[in-house]
Design a binder for this molecule. Structure first.
Ligand code: ADP
Length: 550
């Protein structure tokens, strides 16, 4: 049986491993295909010596693929770069050199960004955007440009005298890929975390359409006009996108502007057009690199500002909630202390008004009333003191050998008058002495709190207290037939200051919390079974000796 199960789990593991390799294989093929297609598109843009182009989306695709899916996709980058270059006419050796540079670029860029503590793909932290700008733009893209152009020079495709010029073109093309394509993929690959998430509604659709129309309108205007200043008009929709749509708006608008600008410039239209296509593209891509960097920084700075405000707002709400719950507690506590005080006051006033010294029965009655109110106040004050003791971890336990049944009987005897007043009948069923090493005062407190709740919420119906146990555990069961507790409230009642809304005769909402704290301090537990309108049963388990506690 055992080996059958093991065999099954090994097979399941193998199946999972196979599925994961197939998934990786498919992802590598997808990266390769996208890499080749976008690379060929870029190489069509008047590439220097046929290989160094100013439009190179593959850098961004490779970087995003490795950051999102992990380093394991590097073969896709290698294969894509190798194929794209051999298809363009490079020898195997040159293509291998270029592909190595491209893989190193993606791996180094990914490694640099992943080394930033807490790097987030949504690029909503200024430090992540600065890392992208500084580490990727100055570091990893230079690796690819240096190795790529060196391969071309060694392969005799680019003369050494043109190394510098070709290098600059290669590097700028890669920088654009890293600044425009990678952020687009990275930001859209995560669920929105923006501090001010916008709900998808008609207003949002309307505003998105308006932003799109403004980009289209500006494109028609700017590219029908040769003045270079016209290009700066694109800052308007970019600012709009940053302010209203966050980083997603920024990366999408920048990408859209870039596509329009590159295609128009290639067709010889617009402010960037110069003598040759590569000069035009150089002017355009320099502008696009600065624009992309500026708006990525703006987008992240705005997002950070929103986080800051949201955080402040949350802190304020929490502080207000704390003040509200403190006020509520003070009001409930004062109310609870006032009731026995009023009772005491009344009893003493009656006693004063009737000079019945000598009337033994009257004196006894008054003394009993006073004693009851004092008992109630003492219990309240004890509960309050216990809260601070438990919170400070200073719940002191004095262990001695005691019988659970005797404690229950003592408490019930002490509460005789309250029991009579409540109209409930309390029966105690105790097995032969359930003796354990407990702190009698604390056990008494458990019994008292459960009994007083049963009297308060027992609707005058019979109450049953059972004491039972086995060798290791003593069990106290308090069962009433009163108002009961709704299922959804049953876990809440053991929390501090929790009182169920329907309870009119509630106290401070501390009794059950204290019971649970005491029970768990001795390694025991408490649970409740209850049905609304039918009553509740509280079951407390106490290990008979501290050594038995789990
Ligand atoms: P309280 O001082 O309000 O009684 P507890 O912590 O003892 O505080 O109880 C928390 C809440 O649990 C009570 O306010 C009441 O709503 C509910 N509760 C406790 N015991 C019972 C019971 N035996 N029957 C019904 N509801 C109960």
């Amino acid at each position: 049986m055992q080996s059958l199960r093991e065999g099954g789990s090994i097979r399941a593991r193998q199946l999972r491993a196979n599925a994961s390799s197939i998934r990786t294989g498919i992802q590598i093929v997808i990266v390769t295909v996208i890499y080749v297609v976008t690379a060929k598109l870029g190489l069509m843009m008047d590439a220097v010596a046929g290989f160094a182009t100013l439009v190179w989306p593959p850098t961004g695709i490779a970087l995003a693929a490795l950051i999102i899916f992990g380093y394991r996709l590097w073969p896709g980058v290698a294969l894509g770069a190798f194929l794209a270059n051999t298809l363009t006419g490079a020898s195997v050796l040159v293509a291998l050199g270029i592909a190595s540079g491209n893989v190193l670029e993606a791996v180094a860029g990914t490694c640099a960004l992943r080394s930033i503590p807490g790097f987030q793909r949504c690029l909503e932290r200024l430090r992540d955007v600065l890392a992208l700008l500084v580490l990727v733009v100055t570091f990893s893209t230079t690796v690819s440009a240096t190795m790529g152009v060196a391969s071309l020079t060694l392969g005799g495709i680019v003369p050494p005298s043109q190394y510098g010029e070709t290098w600059l073109v290669w590097w700028l093309g890669d920088v654009i890929g890293a600044l425009i394509v990678a952020p687009l993929l990275l930001v859209w690959s995560v669920s929105i975390k923006c501090a001010k998430p916008r709900t998808f509604d008609l207003k949002l659709i309307g505003e998105t359409c308006a932003l799109t129309l403004s980009v289209v309108g500006l494109s028609l205007f700017v590219f029908g006009e040769p003045s270079v200043f016209g290009a700066y008009l694109f800052f308007l929709p970019l600012i709009w996108a940053a302010l209203r749509f966050g980083q997603r708006g920024v990366v999408t608008t920048t990408f859209a502007v870039s596509i329009v600008a590159v295609s128009q410039t290639v067709f010889g239209r617009g402010p960037f057009v110069q003598e040759g296509l590569s000069d035009s593209l150089f002017a355009l891509q320099t502008f696009m690199a600065v624009t992309a960097a500026t708006f990525l920084i703006l987008g992240s700075a705005l997002a950070e500002r929103q986080y800051f405000f949201l955080h402040e707002q949350q802190a304020r709400t929490t502080a207000e909630a704390a003040v509200r719950s403190r006020d509520a507690f003070i009001s409930v506590a004062s109310h609870e202390l006032r009731s026995p005080l009023s009772g005491l006051h009344l009893a003493m006033e009656l006693f004063q008004r009737n000079p019945t010294i000598g009337d033994k029965e009257h004196t006894t009655q008054t003394a009993a009333k006073v004693s009851r109110q004092l008992q109630r106040m003492t219990r309240l004050v004890h509960n309050l003191l216990d809260v601070s003791r438990i919170r400070a971890g200073k719940l002191h336990l004095d262990y001695e050998q005691v019988d659970l049944g005797s404690i229950v009987r003592d408490v019930v005897a002490r509460y005789e008058q309250d029991i009579q007043r409540s109209g409930s009948d309390v029966t105690i069923t105790a097995d032969s002495p359930i003796v354990g090493v407990w702190d009698p005062m604390r056990i008494e407190q458990i019994v008292t709190n459960l009994l007083s709740n049963a009297l308060k919420y027992g609707s005058g119906m019979p109450i049953e207290i059972r004491v039972e146990g086995d060798d290791r555990t003593g069990r106290l069961i308090v069962r009433d037939n009163g108002i009961g507790i709704a299922a959804e409230d049953q876990s809440r009642i053991f929390e501090q200051f929790e009182r169920i809304a329907t309870s009119k005769t509630g106290g401070l909402g501390l009794g059950l919390w204290i019971v649970r704290q005491i029970a768990s301090a001795v390694g025991g537990s408490i649970r409740v079974v209850s049905e609304l309108g039918r009553g509740s049963t509280f079951n407390v388990e106490l290990p008979r000796s501290p050594g038995y506690a789990p």
